[in-house]
Structure formats: structure tokens, C-alpha cells
Ligand binder design. Structure first.
Ligand code: ATP
Ligand code: MG
Length: 366
């Protein structure tokens, strides 16, 4: 186990493709860090630089106390698990698990003991004599994980290891990886484009976009205090709603929604720079922070229902508001007619405000 440090690390591929802009990242010994972001944002490239499968264009990579930029992948003491399991099809599970250890000339006893331990941890001891073709996807991925575990690496690197599995198996393997981390206490870096996986697995999450790190924070901090509009929209499902408008002063500070005559109260204690008053800003609010007000007085924003999705434990209602779709998530089973005009109450303490424009940095809330 070891600390992993990236200092000013970047990657430019031939043809001047900047896959990763210079980034700093300090991953503590035993920490579970997730790199998340949309396709092409540079997650795999970052991971592959740590693994030594890609050379960093600039910067220093340290694993433990050692600068590893010029160290061969096999000497970095890491183990990597990919989306494709890449098991040897003609070998049994046991032989697949033992293969790397044999290559490293470990003693027979040591190999038997490590393979046995890993198989027990992963609950595949009764599959040791099968070949990969006779395994389910989830079982194959467990074997691939086992191959990483037997190596007893300082750092585990995962690149979308669950994306070949069906939804149910993904959830199951996700919890197994979490347990594995708890049990081994190993440093783990995990790449995914799935924000749910990131939120549930990561102790810290690195959100990337276009090769640029957007925010590095623990899951709940990302959810509660996203640094910009991109992070706000990426983390959380269904995604945060965004509405254009202006901050005005009218019985305290309010948000005047474009095209609406009822301004929305802003959190108490919110004190924007004077320069922000009356200039265009973007308000963000999560679907779970808006309440549908039954037969309320005509004091709030109202909008017509477009679609209603009852999921049993919760209901998603899609409205047309502010020139776009607006989602509200209610707990339990709700009913409403299509086109019915409903009143919406925004919980003031959950309102986020962002600068207008491409970058959309969050406005400081006090
Ligand atoms: N070998 C390569 N040569 C040139 N460009 C590359 C190479 N590998 C990746 N890229 C480019 O670098 C950028 C980042 O790629 P990367 O594979 O790191 O993205 P990613 O975040 O892992 O995406 P995904 O979720 O699709 O796996 C992309 O624009 C990609 O096209
Ligand atoms: Mg990738």
C-alpha cells in the first residue's frame, strides 16, 4: 500500500492531442479515489500514466517514496483490472489466478496460499477448476479481481471494471469492491463514467472534463457544494435543474426567473457581491429539493406537468419551465394529470447559484 502523488502531470498524444492538462493529485495511503467524467475526458489516460502504460508528457508520478516515471509497469508494484477480463481461456480459474505468480517464480506453497485466500475473499473457491467459458460475466470479473489481489500490489488500478456487467451484477460487484477495499485497506484508483459508481465507491472523487480536473472532493461535498455547473449537472441523478434569471432585492434577496413574475426567495445569509445584482446568473436546484405544493396559494412558481413517472418508491415529474425541462422528485407515489398546472416550492437552502457563461463557477454562498 502506498501514497500516490501526481505533480503537474499531463499527457499530449502525438498529433497534439492534449488528453490531460497538467494536474496535481495526492492520494493517501489506503485511500479509494475515483476518476469520473464523460467519455474522452482523460480518465484512462491518467490511470495508464500511473500504471506506466503511457508515458507522462510532463510532471512527476510518485508511488510511495519512489518517482516512477522511468520505472517499468511490472516494477511499479501495481495491479490493474480492466473492463475486459482478459482471462486465459484454456486455463482453469486456479491456473489463471496462479499464472502471474508462477511467472514471478513464487514458491508453490506461497502460490497455493495466495490463490486460496483470494478465492475465499471473492467467494469463487468452488469455481477453481472451471474454465472461463463456463463462468458468468460477474464470476469472470471476480477472477480478474482475484488475479489483481494475489499479486498483493501497493496500488490497485481499475478502469471501468464493471461496465460489461448487467445492472444488477454491477451493483453486486460494486459492493464487493467496496468490501474488498475495506478488508485490504489498499490504495485504489478507480475510473468510471458512472456517477453512481463514483459516489458510492469513492472516498474522494476527481471530476474531469476535456482533460481538465473540475473538482476533487469527497462525494457529499461534490453533491452539496459543486464547484461549477458541470460538476453540479454531472453528479446526482436525475440531474440538477438549471434556470436562468437574476438576483434582485425585494423583501430580501430573491431570484427572478426569466419569464416568471414570482421571484424565488434565496437562502438567508446569502450575500452576493453587489456587482451580481441584476446581472444574468444561473440557478441550480436538484429534483429532490423542489416540492409540489398541493392546492397552494398562488405564491410560487407554477408549471404544467409534461410527464409523470411513478417508480413505486418515488415519483419523477417532468415540467416545462424556463424554456426547458424541469424535473421534480417526490417520495412515494404521486399522481397528477398531464398538462395540470402545479405549484413548485424551491427549498431556499438548497438553491445553488452559478455564474452565467461557459465555465459557470459556483457563486460563493456567503
Ligand atoms: N493513443 C492515443 N492517441 C491519440 N489520442 C488518444 C489516444 N488515447 C486516447 N486519446 C485521446 O485522448 C483523450 C482522452 O482519452 P481517454 O481514453 O483517457 O478518455 P476516457 O476519459 O478514458 O474516456 P472513456 O470514458 O471513453 O474511456 C480522448 O480525446 C482520446 O481520443
Ligand atoms: Mg477510458
Amino acid at each position: 500500500m502506498a501514497r500516490v502523488q501526481l505533480e503537474d502531470v499531463s499527457k499530449v498524444y502525438p498529433g497534439d492531442v492534449q488528453a490531460v492538462a497538467p494536474m496535481d493529485l495526492d492520494i493517501a495511503h489506503g485511500e479509494f479515489t475515483v476518476l469520473v467524467g464523460p467519455s474522452g475526458c482523460g480518465k484512462s489516460t491518467t490511470l495508464r500514466m500511473v500504471a506506466g502504460l503511457e508515458e507522462a508528457t510532463t510532471g512527476t508520478i510518485r508511488i510511495g517514496d519512489r518517482v516512477v516515471n522511468d520505472v517499468e509497469p511490472r516494477d511499479r508494484n501495481i495491479a490493474m483490472v480492466f473492463q475486459s477480463y482478459a482471462l486465459y481461456p484454456h486455463m482453469t480459474v486456479e491456473a489463471n489466478l496462479a499464472f502471474g505468480l508462477k511467472m514471478r517464480k513464487l514458491s508453490r506453497d506461497e502460490i497455493t496460499s495466495r490463490v486460496g485466500d483470494a478465492a475465499r475473499v471473492l467467494g469463487i473457491d468452488d469455481l477453481l477448476h472451471r474454465k472461463p467459458a463456463a463462468l458468468s460475466g460477474g464470476q469472470r470479473q471476480r477472477v480478474a479481481l482475484g488475479r489483481a489481489i494475489v499479486r498483493d500490489p501497493e496500488v490497485f488500478l481499475f478502469d471501468e471494471p464493471l461496465s460489461n456487467l448487467d445492472a444488477k451484477m454491477r451493483v453486486q460487484m460494486r459492493t464487493e469492491i467496496a468490501r474488498l477495499h475495506h478488508r485490504l485497506g489498499a490504495t485504489m484508483i478507480y475510473v468510471t463514467h458512472d456517477q453512481t459508481e463514483a459516489m458510492t465507491l469513492g472516498q474522494r472523487i476527481v471530476v474531469m472534463k476535456d482533460g481538465l480536473v473540475q473538482q476533487v472532493a469527497p462525494p457529499m461535498e461534490l453533491y452539496d457544494h459543486p464547484a461549477n455547473r458541470f460538476v453540479a449537472g454531472f453528479i446526482g441523478s436525475p440531474a440538477m435543474n438549471f434556470l436562468g434569471g437574476r438576483i434582485i432585492r425585494e423583501e430580501g434577496l430573491r431570484f427572478a426567473l426569466d419569464g416568471e413574475d414570482k421571484p424565488i426567495p434565496l437562502p438567508e445569509g446569502f450575500a452576493p457581491a453587489a456587482s451580481l445584482l441584476d446581472t444574468p446568473v444561473i440557478m441550480g436546484i436538484r429534483p429532490e429539493h423542489v416540492d409540489v405544493v398541493e392546492g397552494g396559494r398562488a405564491t410560487g412558481v407554477h408549471a404544467p406537468v409534461q410527464v409523470l413517472e411513478n417508480l413505486g418508491n418515488e415519483t419523477l415529474i417532468y415540467f416545462q419551465l424556463g424554456g426547458g425541462q424541469f424535473t421534480v422528485r417526490g417520495s412515494g407515489q404521486l399522481s397528477a394529470g398531464i398538462d395540470q398546472d402545479l405549484q413548485l416550492a424551491f427549498r431556499p437552502d438548497h438553491i445553488h447559484l452559478f455564474e452565467d457563461g461557459e465555465k459557470g463557477d459556483a457563486l460563493p454562498s456567503s
